[in-house]
Design a protein around this ligand. Structure first.
Ligand code: TRP
Length: 319
């Protein structure tokens, strides 16, 4: 991107952050969209979260993908074009393409071009000669696949239980859109965290070392830096709580005392104990995920899990 385009993109992003913050902080129950957690510092902290002893999803999913690589390759068949939604550092994409039979291409899709480069490099190294065709797009909206893919069978890849960070209606909408983008006959390899004991879930999102707390609180620092807000981050603390009715872990920033915050010329008041809901991580029982997929046009073909049944990896088929 040229310097001018990059500045326009940064300005548009800042305007969107401010608009989302004004809307979220004006709501009767304050909230902020979780996508804003992932600036450069947020991405660095998230990377650290994936290595925490309490945070089982990354290592469990990686173990399933490693141990079932042969079964996945066989079910998918040869010649697949892999389309990964939000590839992060490309570690899981590299693991997947290494195991597949002669994949046709790897297409990482993300809004952040700088992350796409890292993922593309990592996958190219794992599978020398594989065409890597990054797409800069917000995968929560419709986007087009590169025409160069031709008729190769599509394999969507959406690991990390990112599906759980959507509200169930948004998750269904994502799956329907992915069905349209990837087309009839496509498959989708989807990682989804399973329902389990509250103590295990709450520890995974509120670790002893405080990394997840720093990740959550970084949102307030970001609003100060990029949106000109005057949050006192020391006036808030991170809380993760399992909501059994909605089967999700909710992350909140809790006001430790009454306070006011200015943002874009407006003042927002917090009572002591009032929270900003920053993220939810929905956990899916297998039957619920199967139904969600079916309602979006995907038939569940296989499900793999680990011996402790912590995490599930699904192969869905668009019939
Ligand atoms: N998809 C991840 C999950 O729901 C994202 C995540 C992990 C996360 N840890 C977090 C989001 C802590 C916010 C805070 O497990």
């Amino acid at each position: 991107m040229s310097g001018a385009l990059q500045r326009d993109a940064a300005e548009a992003q800042r305007a969107a952050l401010i608009a989302d913050a004004l809307a979220g902080l004006s709501a009767p129950r304050k909230t902020l969209p979780c996508k804003w957690l992932y600036d450069a510092e947020g991405a660095r902290l998230f990377e650290a979260i994936t290595r925490l002893p309490e945070y089982y999803p990354t290592r469990t999913e990686t173990r399933i993908l490693t141990e079932q690589a042969g079964a996945i390759a066989e079910a998918v068949g040869p010649g697949a074009a892999v389309v990964e939604f939000g590839p992060g550092d490309g570690a899981k994409g590299a693991l997947l393409v290494r195991g597949l039979q002669v994949p046709a291409a790897y297409v990482p899709v993300d809004i952040a071009p700088e992350w796409l480069e890292a993922a593309a490099a990592r996958v190219a190294e794992a599978r020398p000669g594989l065409p890597v065709l990054p797409v800069v797009a917000d995968f929560t909206q419709a986007f087009a696949l590169p025409r160069r893919l031709g008729p190769a069978p599509r394999l969507g890849f959406f690991p990390g239980s990112t599906i759980g960070n959507f509200e169930p209606t948004e998750a269904a909408a994502f799956l329907r859109r992915a069905r349209t983008t990837l087309g009839a006959g496509a498959r989708l390899l989807l990682g989804a965290d399973l329902v389990k004991e509250a103590a295990v879930l709450e520890a995974a999102y509120d670790d002893a070392a405080g990394v997840t707390a720093a990740f959550d609180l970084n949102l307030l620092h970001r609003l100060n830096r990029e949106a000109g807000a005057d949050f006192d981050p020391a006036g808030f603390r991170h809380r993760a709580v399992w909501n059994p009715a909605l089967e999700r872990v909710e992350m909140h920033l809790v006001a430790l005392r009454p306070q006011q915050v200015r943002l874009a010329g407006r003042v927002f008041r917090f009572a002591e104990g009032e929270t900003i809901h920053t993220e939810s991580s929905h956990k899916y029982r297998p039957e619920r995920l199967r139904a969600l997929a079916a309602a979006a046009g995907w038939q569940a073909e296989r499900m793999w899990t680990d011996p402790a049944r912590l995490f599930s990896v699904w192969l869905l088929h668009a019939r």
